[in-house]
Design a protein around this ligand. Structure first.
Ligand SMILES: [Zn+2]
Length: 231
């Protein structure tokens, strides 16, 4: 049995396979020759320390016992038993519970829209049948979606999820969508509690700035290899 806490490729990036002389699809046993680690990198200026750490690790040998399957229960916890709930935790898309979900469930009472003068405030009205929210959403996305901006929630969701935009535009559209939902709902709550009032122009500028800040921070993180572009 041999277990690694982190994959080598996660530490070195794809270039590591060349520097360490280990194939991308190699098993641990493929990196062992005559009972010693068979990796390169001691001359590499980038992977010298990694090479030393590998050399210091225990070499997996037949005498240590047979291989066994381990299931990942959390980042640093592998067990021989399989747990469907722990596996689901590993593969599901981790997303924070949206702060408006409880409120949405509580809806049932008819109340008027504070963004316009419509009597019945429903989810479909706020996103994006409401003239106020539709105008904001339309202005934020018109360059990305062209004439396809739709006041219908289901169509909008479908367009944001599946479209033929270029990869960067896809990411930008999702960011804009997320930001619009957040700021429109915030605006709705602030008006409801009489703590704020933004015009369409003002809210558009707030969302535009929020998306720009997010792009800048992602670019910074990407430059420093701290994270990927996906969110
Ligand atoms: Zn409205």
């Amino acid at each position: 049995m041999y277990k690694t806490k982190r994959k080598l490729i996660d530490i070195t990036g794809p270039v590591g396979t060349c520097h360490l002389g280990v194939a991308r699809n190699a098993r641990v046993s493929d990196a062992v020759l005559h009972s010693t680690w068979n990796v390169q990198g001691h001359r590499s200026r980038y992977f010298h320390a990694l090479y030393d750490r590998i050399q210091a690790g225990q070499v997996p040998l037949d005498s240590h016992g047979s291989d066994m399957v381990l299931w990942r229960h959390s980042e640093n916890d592998n067990k021989s038993c399989f747990s469907s709930s722990k596996t689901w935790e590993q593969i599901r898309n981790r997303k924070a519970t949206v702060f408006w979900s409880d409120r949405m469930r509580a809806w049932g009472v008819q109340q008027s829209c504070v963004l316009c003068v419509e009597i019945d405030e429903t989810w479909d009205h706020v996103f994006f049948a409401c003239p106020y929210s539709f105008t904001v959403w339309e202005r934020v996305t018109n360059r990305l979606s062209g004439a396809r901006t739709d006041p219908d929630w289901t169509s909008t969701l479908q367009f944001v999820s599946v479209n033929s935009l270029q990869i960067m535009d896809k990411i930008l559209l999702k960011m804009a969508f997320q930001s619009c939902i957040y700021h429109l709902w915030k605006e709705r709550n602030e008006r409801w509690h009489h703590t704020g009032f933004q015009t369409v122009d003002q809210l558009y500028r707030i969302i535009d700035k929020a998306v720009r800040n997010r792009i800048t921070s992602l670019r910074y993180k990407a430059d420093h290899k701290l994270t990927s572009l996906m969110w």
